[in-house]
Design a binder for this molecule. Structure first.
Ligand SMILES: Nc1ncnc2c1ncn2[C@@H]1O[C@H](COP(=O)(O)OP(=O)(O)O)[C@@H](O)[C@H]1O
Ligand SMILES: [Mg+2]
Length: 276
């Protein structure tokens, strides 16, 4: 995972590559009529290039809030977030150059219904001024990468939920993000489609060498996909533990029956149940 040819931090003088993402002391409060909600508090997390990290925890433990702060959508109340060694936030202002390194996939695919699959995938490139020929060629490659070849001219309403999520993933990849942020991207899919999408995502991520932060509340999904599973607990949202998943990649669904896989799933399930 570590590549010694990557640039090192000039300011800190630390040895070794700059991590893709460094989160230090991140917190976020919300003022509500009932008082202040400490949605997220004291989060420290460093993610290396090419790493796949899953965030897991009960509903309301701050997963989405944390991801929105990393994604430049919500300013933190405290702490710092660095992407490739550069501060993402200065107060409430987001560094627009750092944001261009990020790709986001939400639970709902959020495709534009009036645009074809190809035009949806190509839209972020269009917004960045990539010429029509280039962006259509690239969008076609991405459609193929996510298994949508032959559906380039289809409209979102003509696709299944899984296909729409694939298009959303292709769109997020279109700007070659350094960091892919995914918030329960498969939460609305049936179990079989979800399993297929997990395999598909794993393949795409390995092929594009993407760094991923993936939010889910599905424990086996987290363990299957991740190099590390970050377990968060609520009120305030904090990291309770970080579990490494040693199994090599690519992984086949067969690993879900191994003792190592099930030990991690059981540990997480037990610890999350304990939160009641
Ligand atoms: N915009 C907001 N205003 C007030 N409270 C919020 C807001 N967004 C999230 N929260 C609160 O922050 C906590 C964490 O929410 P969230 O990050 O959505 O959790 P998760 O994604 O893990 O379900 C919850 O208590 C939620 O009600
Ligand atoms: Mg959420």
């Amino acid at each position: 995972m570590t590549n010694q040819t990557e640039p090192t931090t000039a300011s800190s003088g630390e040895a070794g590559p700059v991590p893709r993402l460094r989160i230090q002391g991140i917190g976020r409060d919300f003022a509500t009529r009932a008082g202040v909600t400490h949605a997220v508090s004291g989060i420290d997390l460093t993610i290396e290039r090419g790493e796949f990290v899953a965030l897991i925890g009960r509903s309301g433990c701050g997963k989405t809030t944390l991801l929105r702060m990393i994604g430049g959508l919500l300013p933190p109340s405290a702490g710092t977030i660095e992407v490739d060694g550069n501060n993402l936030w200065r107060g409430d202002h987001v560094d627009s150059r750092a944001v261009t390194k990020l790709g986001f996939v939400f639970q709902e695919s959020n495709l534009f219904p009036w645009l074809s699959v190809l035009d949806n995938i190509a839209l972020p490139m269009k917004l960045r001024g990539v010429g029509k020929t280039d962006r259509r060629a690239r969008a076609g490659e991405l459609a193929e990468l996510v298994g949508l070849r032959g559906f380039e001219r289809s409209y979102p309403r003509e696709l299944s939920g899984g296909m729409r999520q694939r298009a959303a993933i292709a769109r997020a990849l279109s700007t070659e993000p350094e960091l892919l942020l995914m918030d329960e991207p498969f939460g609305a899919l049936d179990a079989l489609t979800r399993e297929r999408m997990n395999l598909e995502l794993q393949r795409i991520v390995l092929e594009t060498k993407s760094t991923v932060v993936f939010v889910t509340h599905d424990i086996p999904e987290a363990v299957f996909l991740a190099d590390r599973v970050v377990h968060m607990t609520p009120r305030p949202g904090r990291i309770r533990q970080i579990l490494p998943v040693a199994a090599g990649k690519p992984r086949s669904v067969d690993i879900t029956t191994t003792p190592e896989f099930n030990d991690i799933v059981r540990t997480l399930r037990h610890d999350i149940d304990e939160e009641d």
